[in-house]
Write a protein that binds this ligand. Structure first.
Ligand SMILES: [Fe+2]
Length: 183
């Protein structure tokens, strides 16, 4: 039990219950997105689909990494995810990234992907705003996750023709920002 760690966060003026609620809901969004992205990725076929399969896979794996990074922090702060996975699914901060009616409609697939990332960007921005200068570890972790979510959003929005992202493919390992929390 990280008693002093919790005490320092409370003393800094962070509403620990509210923070834990956000962390659990975002952890649920990560794990459910990992699941739904698995189905989306499998359905990215033919010339159009194959073109975005690799970035969908990187985003899928990194969302799983985000879940893995968040869980220890939730327990350190005295929280825990629900014991029932259905409850965990249903309290997710983001709506399920479900397969569109026509999985061959790549624009519809990209819209599901980019909206999932945009929800995550909003979520971690809120956690960073709440913890900046107060809960340094949660802030550091949320900022690392936010960096990866913003890159995911940029990649998918570029494929939708919304403008250049300035990025190219990940070279080497996934989670360049979050990996320090995955040791
Ligand atoms: Fe994520």
């Amino acid at each position: 039990m990280a008693k002093v760690a919790q005490e320092m966060v409370r003393k800094a003026g962070v509403d620990l219950d509210k923070l834990l609620d956000l962390l659990v809901k975002n952890a649920a969004a990560e794990l459910t997105t990992f699941y739904y992205y698995t189905i989306l990725r499998v359905n990215l076929i033919d010339l159009d689909g194959e073109g975005i399969k690799e970035i969908a896979e990187v985003a899928r794996i990194e969302d799983r990494n985000h879940f893995e990074a968040l869980v220890p922090r939730i327990y350190e702060l005295g929280g825990k995810p629900p014991e029932n996975m259905v409850d965990f699914h249903n309290l997710s901060a983001c709506s399920p990234a479900k397969l569109p009616k026509d999985p061959r409609d790549v624009k519809a697939m990209l819209t599901v992907l980019v909206e999932a990332e945009r929800c995550a960007v909003r979520g971690y921005t809120a956690i960073c705003n709440m913890t900046a200068g107060k809960d340094h570890r949660t802030y550091d972790m949320s900022l690392a996750i936010l960096n990866e979510e913003i890159e995911h959003e940029s990649w998918f929005s570029e494929f939708l023709g919304e403008g250049p992202s300035g990025h190219f493919m990940r070279r080497g390992e996934t989670s360049p920002f979050v990996s320090k929390f995955l040791r």
